[in-house]
Every structure is written in C-alpha cells, then in structure tokens.
Design a protein around this ligand. Structure first.
Ligand code: F6R
Length: 259
C-alpha cells in the first residue's frame, strides 16, 4: 500500500487527482468508481479544474457510485444520486446517462443490486476506484463484519454511521437505516484504488486499515490484499500511524529510485 501524507486537505485533493489522471491516461473509455461524502470533495474539485483545463476528458467515461440510501427520493439533495450529479457529473463534465448510482428505491432491491454488480463487470470493470473511509473502517457502506467476498447488496447501517452522517441531514430528518452498497468483493475487483481521508476522526480507522490485522471489524483492511492502492491523507488522519516517518521517507526519496 502506498501512503502519501499531505499538509492539508487541498494538497490531498491535488495529489489524489494527479494520480487518478495518471491512471486513466490512454484509456479510451475510462471507468471510475465514485465515493460520495466529504472526503473526496477536494479531489473532485481538482479533477473538475483539470477537466476544464483539458488535462483530462471524462466525457466518454463511465461512472459507478459506491452506494445509495434505501428509500430516499432520487431528487432529494442528500440522495447519493443527486450528490453525484452535483459534485461529480456536472463539474467533471461526465455524461449523466453514463454515470450510475445503485437504485435504493427498486421494487426488488436484491435484483437491482445484482444487476448493478453485473453492469460494472459488463463495463469491463472499474479502472480507478475512489474511496473514502468511515470512522469505523467501512468502505462503501460495508460496515464492520461485512463479508470480504460480498457483492453489491442491501446493508443495514450501523448507528455510528447514521450518527456520523446526521451532520448532512436537517434537524428532525432521519438518516436512512439501510443502503445499497457495492460489496468488498466488488470493490476489490477495481484495477486501482485511490483513497482519501482527512481529519483526526479518521486516524484510528486509517491506522487499522494500513497497519492493523486484516479483520472484518475493519473492512478497509481488505485493501492490504489489493495490488494497487494509493492512500492520500493529511497529517491529522496520519497521526496514529506508527510507520508515518517511513511513509514520509519513501515520498521524499521517490525520485532517487525512479518511482
Ligand atoms: C460514500 C462512502 C463512504 C464514505 C465514508 C466517509 O459513498 O462510500 O464509505 O466514503 O463514510 O465519509 P466522509 O467522507 O463523509 O467522511
């Protein structure tokens, strides 16, 4: 796992965007895996700036969001469908018809989740999966104890995740109890993973993911088995890493080994 420690959120966004662009170079129909939430906002803003400059063209690209709440209207501004439209599709100049979000309102949620998983495969798989990490170590909405082999499916959100995400919802509005999320097995099939995390509230989860044992209680730790993961974090999110100096040393000397 490659770990880059940055001074602040803006640098996290720039470093992560640079790598996403590099990974997509030369691919005619790039397929992006898309996280929502606060973490990738600076990354998407930088990608948007680079798309405007012509450094990257995603107009022919495909996108697959990681997850969606169950039972939330697709037009609700906190639905992940609408969030992805506002923060990704429009600023990155992607084609709305080519960016999918799991259907949290399907009459048959299981069938819709299975079809979503198949659609990712039929698109040739995800080239670059952008991830955030929950304070409890979730990726997508794969909460602790999720199966490492799981595919896109309905999950029950933990109270911690509902509490964490209540900051987005208006007072009195309830955070949905369920979601549809790509599984850990689905995420692991992406060719490259770029994860971003900022803030001290992510420090425990980041340390468990990078340095802890691979364990169902930290779903993100499965990424230790993935051959191409870049983790871009700020100093606060890196504060519980025992190997932080080692990661800084690698970055400082990268050019010397031609990496
Ligand atoms: C969102 C998602 C989640 C978030 C995680 C962190 O699509 O899949 O795993 O990445 O909950 O959320 P933020 O970035 O809001 O702290």
């Amino acid at each position: 796992m490659e770990v880059v420690i940055c001074s602040d959120e803006q640098q996290v966004g720039r470093v992560a965007a640079e790598r996403v662009i590099k990974r997509l170079a030369g691919i005619t129909t790039p397929v992006l895996g898309l996280a929502t939430g606060s973490s990738p906002i600076a990354l998407y803003a930088e990608l948007a700036r680079r798309a405007e400059n012509g450094d990257v063209d995603l107009s022919h690209g495909l996108g697959f969001a990681l997850d969606e709440y169950v039972g939330i209207a697709p037009t609700h501004e906190l639905s992940y469908r609408d969030t992805i439209r506002r923060t990704v599709v429009e600023p990155l100049r992607m084609s709305p018809a080519r960016v999918r979000v799991p259907d949290g309102n399907a009459a048959d949620l299981k069938a819709a989740a299975d079809e979503y998983d198949r659609a990712i495969r039929e698109a040739g798989g995800v080239d670059v999966q952008i991830l955030g990490i929950g304070g409890n170590g979730h990726i997508g909405f794969n909460e602790p104890t999720s199966s490492f082999g799981s595919r896109t499916r309905v999950k029950t959100l933990t109270q911690r995740t509902r509490d964490d995400n209540s900051r987005f919802f208006a007072t009195g509005e309830k955070v949905p109890t369920h979601c549809v999320t790509q599984g850990l097995g689905t995420i692991m099939e992406a060719r490259h993973v770029v994860m971003v995390a900022t803030g001290a509230h992510k420090a425990d989860a980041v340390a468990a993911m990078i340095e802890g044992p691979v364990a169902a209680m930290c779903p993100a730790s499965i990424l230790q088995f993935h051959p191409s993961v870049l983790v871009v974090i700020d100093e606060a999110a890196a504060s519980k890493l025992t190997c932080a100096d080692y990661f800084r040393h690698i970055e400082d000397h990268r050019a010397e080994v031609g990496a």
